[in-house]
Design a protein around this ligand. Structure first.
Ligand code: HEM
Length: 264
């Protein structure tokens, strides 16, 4: 079976007849080259149709429905807190990936190796202390922004039907963001980290019925050890980024589908 487009006549001839600038000619040549192999024009048209149809079904915004001229609320800064959380998340992700080049939870079974890596980043690595500060600040700004975003959603009544599911997803997200921060907080394995870890184990141990199981699962035992640090590390750099990114994408996708709620 031939993969050539049926309308693939001699496009070079056709292009030659047109009076085109070199840039236009180059653009069309690349487009035709790709289209003959990947049918990109068809797929772009398909996406356009899909986008148009989906948007036709969206609940109309308050301003559209009642033809209101005053769209001032739309620019109200508190409506930007969700996007602000996404930006803080991206900054944390990029700076975290760079920090990952220089940090290891331990090399010899001795968790103090982790602390030594942090000392290295802070004192010897070029721009290391800045990189670490950017990561810490981004994480803290994100927690604050997500919390304020939640307050905005609550006080504008945006959690009401049909947006309850996104509210529930939001509760899951804020819990994940806090756990993300906590796992990162333990990684330097300094005094702050150690005692925060101690509080964490005991907190989970106090959960009725499944407390011991939870402490074992999340902290690798009932007291802090090398296993604790390794678990925090794997959760922080491997599990949490995938889970959180996926859920943020679903959350923002639902906002896109439903449109933003107006204040009640
Ligand atoms: C990782 C954390 C989060 C991110 C990145 C995020 C992102 C966003 C973004 C970009 C929007 C679009 C509107 C806006 O920016 O205000 C939005 C809307 C929304 N978010 Fe979040 N969000 C997060 C956490 C939460 C939390 C904790 C809740 C509540 C428990 C929540 C509930 C909602 C709801 C109900 C909407 C729809 C609001 C409307 O239509 O006006 N989100 N979110």
């Amino acid at each position: 079976m031939s993969l050539q487009r049926p309308d693939d006549t001699d496009h070079r001839e056709w292009l030659r007849e047109k009076r085109l600038t070199p840039v236009e000619r180059g653009y069309l040549l690349v487009l035709v080259y790709l289209d003959r192999r990947l049918r990109i024009v068809d797929y772009v048209e398909l996406l356009e149709t899909l986008y148009y149809r989906v948007n036709m079904q969206m609940p109309k915004s308050h301003t559209e429905q009642y033809n209101l001229d005053n769209k001032f609320w739309y620019w109200y800064p508190l409506y930007a807190l969700g996007s602000f959380s996404v930006i803080a998340y991206l900054v944390a992700a990029v700076s975290g990936a760079l920090l990952g080049f220089y940090y290891a939870p331990a090399t010899t079974g001795d968790p103090s190796a982790a602390y030594n890596q942090i000392v290295f980043i802070m004192t010897d690595l070029n721009l290391g202390s800045m990189l670490r500060s950017v990561h810490r600040w981004a994480a803290q700004v994100m927690v604050a922004a997500v919390f304020l975003h939640m307050l905005r959603v609550y006080f504008t009544g945006a959690y009401k039907e049909p947006r309850e599911l996104n509210w529930i997803l939001g509760i899951v997200l804020i819990s994940l963001v806090l756990w993300f921060g906590y796992t990162g907080y333990l990684l330097p394995w300094d005094q702050l980290a150690f005692w925060a870890g101690q509080i964490g184990v005991e907190l989970f141990l106090s959960v009725p019925l499944i407390g011991e199981w939870l402490a074992q699962l999340l902290f690798g035992g009932f007291s802090l050890s090398q296993a604790t640090l390794l678990r925090m590390y794997i959760m922080h750099v491997f599990i949490m980024p995938f889970v959180t990114t996926t859920l943020i994408a679903i959350h923002v996708g639902i906002v896109w589908m439903q449109g933003i709620a107006e204040p009640h």
